[in-house]
Design a protein around this ligand. Structure first.
Ligand code: ATP
Length: 334
């Protein structure tokens, strides 16, 4: 299988390099082809996402992406939003799980499925004399396909309850549509699952005070973006949160964190989110045993006391990855 690799900016190349070392340690079935994205691509060819990169993404079985730095340029358009749109990656999946540090509120193990194609992220902002109006789009089609995706994911991955997170008490028409589609679909396609719903403000509080009450969340674009970082913070930090952008034909896996310019080049980034994104990619490509092996190994490396800098430990990106690779190689082959 051919994987497009987009290291990007900041800590992106560092953590993606670590993820590739781990992928190579579990399988020799992957072939990697690198593409340009972000500031380096802009300096080289004047585009934050060259057309050749999009073509490469389309031609590969999946993509592993690092991160890009957002420049302070007025004409800047996010390459991430562009590839999500061009490849129709309508579902953003963010599993958040406690690996190393248990919070006072207890362990976290929640999958957040976020609508990835519309909502507040249509970048449609209209200026007038008194301010700015941001257009937020919610369509029945997008609601239906994200809820169907979430149900399918829950059934395939052993999740029992889906909580729809919304603000339908205020945004009655738009979030109301999302909630009613959720109820319809759960009553038909999701009959085997338990359906719940919560207002986004209350869900934010519960993710902090009682994260164990959530099994899976399906929500709109902006709420999913915010809540997944809240959940990641509760579970140990951004260095632990992988994600997948998934459509019917294409997929892109990336750590949920950004390019972290403050620690770039220092070898201090926690590569766990990128490595777990690689594991998610393997599961998506039909290699669940390999994915599970990586997840189990990461958990056991942390349990045996190998902690990264963000947890107050002594491991930088490379030495932590070496521990994971050594541990994988010492196990029986898959
Ligand atoms: P960007 O503009 O690319 O979004 P940012 O610094 O605003 O960058 P993040 O990259 O998400 O946003 O980082 C937020 C904070 O979390 C930073 O202080 C960063 O150092 C820290 N951080 C992010 N990822 C990691 C990681 N993998 N390991 C350790 N710390 C991280």
């Amino acid at each position: 299988m051919k994987i497009c690799v987009l290291p990007g900016d900041g800590i992106g190349p560092e953590v993606v390099g670590c993820a590739i070392s781990v992928l190579k340690a579990v399988t020799d079935q992957l072939e990697f082809a690198e593409g340009g994205i972000g500031q380096a691509a802009y300096l080289e060819c004047g585009s934050y996402l060259p057309d050749e990169t999009v073509d490469l993404m389309r031609s590969c079985d999946s993509t592993l992406f690092g991160a890009v730095t957002t420049p302070d340029a007025p004409d800047y358009k996010s390459p991430v939003l562009r590839f999500r749109k061009e490849l129709d990656l309508y579902a953003n999946v963010r599993p958040v799980k406690t690996f190393a540090r248990t919070t006072p509120a207890g362990p976290v193990d929640v999958v957040i499925v976020r609508e990835n194609s519309e909502g507040m992220y249509t970048q449609n902002e209209v200026f007038d004399d008194s301010g700015v109006t941001t257009m937020r789009r919610v369509t029945r089609r997008a609601c239906e396909r994200i809820v169907t995706f979430a149900i399918d994911y829950a059934l395939k991955n052993g999740r029992g309850t889906i909580c729809c997170v919304h603000k339908a008490n205020v945004l009655r028409a738009s979030d109301g549509l999302f909630l009613s589609v959720f109820k319809e679909k759960m009553a038909s396609e999701g009959k085997a699952l338990r359906a719940e719903d919560q207002l986004v403000d209350s869900a934010g509080m519960h993710l902090v005070t009682d994260p164990g009450r959530f099994d899976m969340i399906v929500t709109l674009n902006l709420y999913g973006d915010v809540l997944s970082d809240v959940a990641a913070g509760v579970a140990g930090g951004l260095g632990f949160a992988p994600s997948g952008n998934i459509g019917d034909k294409h997929s892109v896996f990336e750590p949920a964190h950004g390019s972290a310019p403050d620690i770039a080049g220092k070898g201090r980034a926690n590569p766990t989110a990128a490595i777990l994104s690689g594991a998610m990619m393997l599961r998506h490509l039909g290699m669940p045993a390999h994915a599970q092996e990586i997840e189990r190994t990461i958990a056991s490396v942390y349990q045996s006391g190998h902690l990264t800098y963000d947890l107050g430990g002594r491991h930088g990106s490379e030495s932590f990855t070496e521990c994971v690779v050594r541990s994988l190689k010492s196990r029986e082959s898959l």
